[in-house]
Design a protein around this ligand. Structure first.
Ligand code: FE2
Length: 221
């Protein structure tokens, strides 16, 4: 699965506490902090990546100390804890860590609106008719999600589909394969757009969405 964060190999000299504390690492951003401006400012990225995304990874590391989860991938933790009330905190932080890494890769720097590569373009055609229709469906899903959540383009069977999830949920525990996502939590846009989520989603869809990344996920394992 793309964007998963694998635990680093543990050194024999590590104490259990030290090894557990380093179970998951914050992956570097795939672009500079100012590379998404003007749609997403460097200030938003400093908070969103530097505080929120980092916070999920650090919270997860604290929660998994001394548990079997410390040796698992994020994907496996999400699948193992989804829907289990007694593991809600681990699920939320693992899913949010995974979602954010996937989100950064769903965006491309410098506002160069890309076009979907041929195989993805063909699927968009058979699933939605046109790219514009797909973008309208993504915007509608993003703008109508009540509260915090995520909008996704997923592959379900042989068809593309737009879905939305609430809070930390993602498609990993369903039968859908995520291709790209848009973060709908207020921390993703509040500094730049205040409460105007539709302006943020329009900017992302017109200027930043990374169709190459979605196309790679079509063929990725
Ligand atoms: Fe976020």
């Amino acid at each position: 699965m793309n964007a998963q964060i694998k635990p680093p190999a543990k050194k024999s000299s590590d104490t259990p506490e030290k090894a557990a504390a380093a179970a998951f690492e914050l992956p570097p951003l795939p672009f500079a902090e100012d590379a998404l401006a003007p749609v997403i400012s460097a200030r938003t990225l400093q908070f969103h990546y530097g505080k929120h995304h980092r916070g999920y990874v650090e919270a997860l590391n604290k929660l998994v100390v001394g548990t079997p989860f410390a040796a698992m991938t994020l994907d496996l933790i999400i699948e193992a804890t989804a829907g289990k009330a007694d593991q809600e905190a681990i699920y939320h932080n693992a899913a949010q860590a995974w979602n954010h890494t996937f989100y950064w890769r769903s965006l491309q720097p410098h506002g160069g609106a890309s076009t979907p590569p041929p195989a993805l373009a063909a699927l968009i055609g058979s699933s939605f008719g046109t790219l514009e229709t797909l973008k309208k469906e993504l915007a509608a899903a993003a703008d109508t999600e009540f509260g915090s959540g995520w909008a996704w383009l997923v592959l379900e069977g042989a068809k593309l589909k737009v879905i939305k999830t609430s809070n930390a949920d993602n498609p990993l525990s369903s039968h859908s394969k995520p291709l790209l996502t848009i973060d709908l939590w207020e921390h993703a846009y509040y500094l730049d757009f205040q409460n105007r989520r539709p302006d943020y989603t329009k900017g992302v869809l017109d200027k930043l969405i990374n169709w190459e990344f979605a196309a790679k996920n079509l063929v990725g394992s």
